[in-house]
Design a protein around this ligand. Structure first.
Ligand code: GMT
Length: 380
């Protein structure tokens, strides 16, 4: 069999805390390990840009403020930088994560560079499920999708919603998310418990997110209020975001500040997940829920809402429980069941680990992206 040439890929993503940024950087690192040259074109170094990798380069997008601008035109500066990198690095393709504004900037860059380069756009969630409903953005989003050579979505649910909402002319293929199994695996960490002031007989519930409204964290806190009436339990809320300040106030008002711990943004997620018993994700919209995979890989089952792509990850009664959005009583009942029935808990723990291995392994998912990269590079 002929050896396939290595590719030069331009990656456009949000470098900030968020699942799409995590997927973009983890995928880039795996591709770089396979020998491909990955060029990140972003406003700052992606946050999980760990060690310097010989096959990864970073091209910063900068924009000066100018009095005439109410909003500095980042999208245009990004297009300008992408066009430069297409030419200077002789890229084979562009992979855009999160459509707004990245897909549109990529299309503009291709045109500016007078290039035939192929564009892959990966839809991650709110780029369609929220921004797609905004009349100020909807048509431009459609334009970015239709001008992409290939479009992927992180779940069938997101794919179907995009088709229903935008009737795109480009086919959409589902490629699920993955996590790095070398980082996420179960471990024992009594020291971390001590550090957090949690005794060994207390149980732990955990939620990790970007603390946006869509995550419905008040539902988590209210479920926790019910659960703690029956169990000796702590709730860890991990992450940063716009809702955090109000949530902290709310927790103080209801007097739960000793049991609900706001940990902020943390690098030790695998350790925090490993000391926890149940992951809670009660979002109103969720295209995939990458944290569910992170939890499963560390051996903890989830109780999550049956919305968006979550049912493609959580199988009710197998690796966790699904509840209707807003049904706090059901959340409390399912968590209670997990905390009291040891046999059921062990089964679900094993099934959670099995789910990641069988359906979402990095090997399976990265090879789907790699096949797509070759297909698009050939089109050039
Ligand atoms: O839309 C967001 O909330 C941010 C976005 C992101 O950039 O992390 O999250 C989406 O992409 C993740 C990675 O594919 C998915 O795991 C999340 O489910 C999805 N978020 C939503 O759909 C709310």
């Amino acid at each position: 069999m002929a050896v396939q040439r290595k590719l030069k890929v331009g990656v456009i993503c949000y470098p900030s805390l968020g699942g799409s940024g995590v997927v973009a950087t983890e995928l880039g690192m795996k591709m770089a390990d396979q020998g491909h040259e990955m060029h990140y074109i972003t406003s700052s170094k992606p946050f999980r840009f760990l060690d310097a990798h010989p096959n990864i380069q970073f091209h910063e997008v900068t924009i000066e403020g100018y009095a005439v601008f109410k909003y500095p035109p980042y999208d245009i500066a990004l297009a300008n930088r992408i066009a430069q990198v297409i030419q200077s690095e002789k890229l084979d393709l562009l992979h855009v994560h999160y459509a707004v504004p990245h897909a549109i900037s990529a299309v503009l860059a291709k045109d500016m560079a007078e290039s035939t380069i192929g564009i892959i756009t990966t839809l991650h969630g709110t780029d369609v499920t929220i921004l797609g409903y905004d009349p100020a953005l909807k048509n431009t989003l459609s334009y970015g999708i239709n001008k992409s050579d290939r479009v992927t979505a992180v779940s069938d649910s997101l794919k179907n919603e995009t088709i229903e909402l935008l009737q795109p002319t480009t086919n959409i293929q589902t490629i699920y998310n993955f996590i790095d199994e070398e980082k996420y695996y179960p471990r024992n960490d009594q020291e971390l418990r001590n550090e957090l002031g949690i005794s060994s007989d207390e149980r732990i519930l955990i939620h990790i997110s970007n603390f946006r409204k869509v995550k419905c964290i008040p539902d988590i806190i209210e479920s926790f209020q019910l659960i703690r009436q029956q169990h000796d339990v702590k709730l860890l809320l991990v992450g940063e975001g716009p809702e955090k300040f109000d949530l902290e106030q709310y927790v103080e008002t209801i007097g739960l500040q000793d049991d609900v711990l706001f940990l902020g943004k943390r690098d030790d997620l695998p350790e925090l997940l490993s000391i926890s018993d149940v992951m809670l994700l009660l979002s109103e919209k969720e295209a995939f829920g990458l944290v569910l995979l992170e939890a499963f890989a560390c051996g903890i089952p989830a109780v999550a809402t049956a919305i968006g792509g979550i049912p493609e990850v959580v199988e009710d009664g197998y690796n966790g429980f699904l509840v209707q959005f807003g049904d706090i009583q059901a959340v409390a009942e399912r968590v209670s069941r997990l905390l009291t029935d040891d046999t059921l808990y062990q089964q679900m723990k094993n099934n959670a680990i099995r789910t990641v291995r069988d359906q979402f392994s990095s090997e399976q998912i990265v090879s789907q992206y790699e096949a797509l990269y070759y297909e698009v590079a050939e089109m050039k």
